[in-house]
Design a protein around this ligand. Structure first.
Ligand SMILES: O=c1[nH]c(=O)c2[nH]c(=O)[nH]c2[nH]1
Length: 310
């Protein structure tokens, strides 16, 4: 049966809703060789396209469908042809390509995770070609382009941080189920998942230096975590976001999802020992989950509330 002889959209009280497609999790590693000194970019790139795709769902006509296999090939070809300066620059390039080269494709969303590598120090000097994977965090970006406007949301996940003092939690609401003891010197630890939205909207004007922006944003966030004398994780979260908004003019919105990695003092009395804020039980679950958006005054919140969807 040819495509044309297939039945058109069936006469049923059913319609197609939001849809998107593409190749997810394209792992691309780009080595740039500068003599004996090599540089690595290690990305996990997910392409998601949407637009005039009714027919492929209704009748099976693939005329508007650029194969997901092609989107995968484009990721690898672009790594060679254009290089990977930053995850954001690479994502912008890909998004623009899909929307401007295929008429039926109206919106491209490119999500990228970046894994960092650090040079191994040999006994005499740094090596040019040996690396150890940096375990700290996964860097993230999401680029969305609809042919006229851009949205760039970057961030990170899996960044585990701890303050071994300067954290209290007391004065909270209590009811008959409250057993938590007030804490005047506790451990504050979390695994930061954060996203920040850039106010960059145009492809030519004021393009942020994406690499510097990431490093500086992470630095301000960590300094705020370290320097805030915390009365709650909520207060610390707000300070982390506010520090970014205050210092990074290219960012209008920050959202954090911070699990409170509880450290409970162990009762050592049964062993005749005094626990002087030294020995803790690190609980993995359940955990408090503190989430909030911090915005530049007058700006709109657009980062999804549930960061697992981003
Ligand atoms: O920083 C905290 N915020 C809370 O809301 C909370 N609730 C709780 O039991 N411990 C904590 N700690």
């Amino acid at each position: 049966m040819t495509v044309n002889s297939r039945p058109a959209r069936p006469a049923r009280p059913v319609i197609l809703g939001q849809n998107q497609y593409g190749k997810a999790e394209n792992r691309v590693v780009k080595i740039t060789r500068d003599g004996a000194t090599h540089h690595i970019k290690d990305l996990n790139v997910s392409v998601s396209l949407s637009g005039d795709m009714d027919e492929v769902h209704y009748s099976g006509s693939n005329a508007n469908v650029l194969p997901t296999d092609t989107t995968k090939n484009t990721v690898y070809a672009f790594a060679k042809e254009h290089g990977i300066e930053s995850a954001e620059q690479f994502g912008i390039h890909l998004a623009r390509h899909f929307v401007t080269s295929q008429e039926p494709i109206r919106t491209a969303r490119i999500r990228i995770e970046e894994y960092a590598w650090e040079r191994i120090e040999a006994s005499d000097a740094e090596t040019g070609h040996s690396f150890v994977r940096k375990g700290q965090e996964v860097r993230l970006t999401q680029i969305t382009y609809d042919g006229s406007s851009w949205e760039v949301i970057s961030g990170l996940k899996d960044l585990v941080v701890m303050n071994s003092t300067d954290s209290e939690f007391w004065g909270y609401a209590k009811d008959k189920y409250t057993t938590l003891k007030e804490a005047y010197d506790r451990i504050l630890a979390t695994e930061v998942s954060g996203r920040w939205r850039f106010n960059w909207t145009d492809d030519e004007q004021r393009v942020p230096d994406w690499e510097t922006s990431y490093e500086q944003t992470k630095k301000h966030m960590l300094q705020a975590f370290a320097e805030t004398y915390s009365l709650s994780l909520q207060q610390t979260l707000y300070q982390m976001g506010a520090r970014i908004i205050d210092n990074r003019g290219e960012i209008d919105e920050v959202r954090f999802s911070l699990p409170n990695k509880h450290h409970f003092l162990v009762d050592l009395e049964p062993f005749g020992l005094k626990n002087d804020n030294e020995v803790y039980f690190a609980a993995d679950r359940p955990y408090g989950l503190i989430e909030a958006t911090v915005l530049r005054d007058g700006c709109e919140a657009r980062i999804p509330v549930d960061l697992t969807n981003l």
